[in-house]
Design a binder for this molecule. Structure first.
Ligand code: EPU
Length: 360
């Protein structure tokens, strides 16, 4: 049964606030894949004191902590989550520095990402317009170094402020400390679940972006007879491209790209290019070869729009990389469907696809 608790937050024995904690929460509401069991406790934090209180509460009860934004990259297990889920709603948008070319903005981790992109574009600033319409919150963007249409958050990220759950203090990371790479950072690897991101600082530019752009954006400009490359036009292009390819998580249960695009060594890359003449591939500076996971999935027998009657899962009609929960009954259904894809791609190519969303 869903229960509401009150936690009296004290400083020097004086009650200064009341925190609401929910018990026995259906986890499907905390993931855009809309699957999973029951979460033991959940609370929402809207300022830094609440963040510290929530951590203290969980520590007193020796509970594990999981912080989420909108649950766009999270899948909950059928067995549920036994600790405290903290929903990060820390607000904020502040210009912290300003010069002729650049504007530095510090943004609360709980802000909606696309709202912030829209706001900065409306201010005439360039830097994150290619990341338009990415679901989720600001605090999630450094975790897996979100990227789309030729831009990664690492290109404009200056610092990240985060609360260290081990040492109970806020610290500020330079982006160079974060080991940001393709869909990765220390928040996903060596320091997973250690920090709660409270804000990020971006360096945005007053100067219009310069071509070349991702080919789909260039095509949009050509088709629409646009000649001026500015943040506003690029945002419009990205919104149109994304809407034509990707499902809206508010309407269709999904987690965006379900697998990373694999990077293979030169030898395997060359073998696959020889075997499948038309395989999309990108040669990296170090000789490795990046492949399209979507293309491999299709080649392995799962075309766009594929429906799996056994599990109730499907692939999005315009993009084979997006797994959709049409009428799956459990996270196990999703795992079974995922495994079918993994095995088929492995058999065909020898590649182990790497999953993008986290199963908790
Ligand atoms: N392709 C297919 N079949 C498909 C879709 C794509 O064969 O169903 C091939 C095409 O050859 C195409 C190539 O894959 O040229 C690349 O496709 P696309 O530009 O759509 O990009 P993607 O690799 O499928 C990545 C990101 C997306 C991001 C787009 C645009 C990953 C795992 N995914 O997708 O990110 O929006 O590029 O830059 O890197 C997300 O992470 O949730 C996400 C949507």
């Amino acid at each position: 049964m869903l229960t509401l608790y009150f936690y009296l937050c004290k400083r020097k024995r004086v009650i200064i606030a009341i925190m609401y904690i929910l018990e026995n929460v259906p986890l499907s509401g905390l993931s855009t894949m809309r699957l999973g069991g029951i979460g033991k406790f959940q609370c929402i934090i809207e300022n830094k004191d609440e963040l510290k209180d929530a951590v203290n509460w969980a520590r007193e009860k020796q509970l594990s902590i999981k912080v989420i934004g909108d649950g766009s990259n999270v899948i909950w297990s059928d067995s549920g989550y036994d600790g405290l889920i903290i929903v990060n709603r820390l607000p904020g948008f502040e210009i912290t520095e300003n010069d002729d070319d650049n504007v530095y903005v510090t943004i609360g981790a709980g802000e909606n990402w696309d709202y912030i992109v829209e706001k900065t574009v409306d201010m005439g600033l360039s830097g994150i317009e290619q990341l338009s319409l990415i679901p989720g919150t600001v605090g999630a963007t450094p975790v897996q170094n979100v990227g789309a249409y030729g831009r990664e958050i690492s290109d404009v990220l200056m610092t990240v402020e985060a609360y260290d759950i081990n040492n109970l203090e806020f610290i500020t990371f330079m982006s160079s400390d974060l080991e940001l790479g393709y869909r990765t950072s220390i928040f996903k690897t060596k320091d997973k679940d250690r920090y709660i991101i409270s804000s990020i600082t971006l360096r945005l530019s007053r100067i219009n972006p310069m071509p070349p752009f991702y080919s789909a954006i260039e095509s949009y400009f050509k088709d629409n007879d646009l000649v001026e490359y500015n943040a506003d036009n690029i945002r419009k292009a990205v919104i149109e491209i994304r809407n034509s390819k990707l499902p809206n998580p508010k309407i269709t249960a999904n987690n965006g790209s379900f697998f990373q695009n694999p990077i293979v060594d030169q030898e395997l890359g060359n073998t696959l290019v020889k075997r499948f003449g038309n395989i999309p591939h990108w040669r990296l500076e170090n000789g490795e070869v990046k492949l399209s996971a979507a293309w491999l999935i299709e080649k392995a027998g799962f075309p766009k729009g594929y429906k799996d009657p056994e599990t109730g899962m499907s692939l999005w009609k315009n993009q084979a990389l997006v797994l959709v929960n049409e009428n799956a009954k459990s996270t196990q259904d999703l795992i079974d469907f995922r495994n079918k894809i993994l095995i088929s791609v492995k058999e065909l190519t020898g590649i182990n696809l790497k999953q993008e969303p986290e199963i908790i």
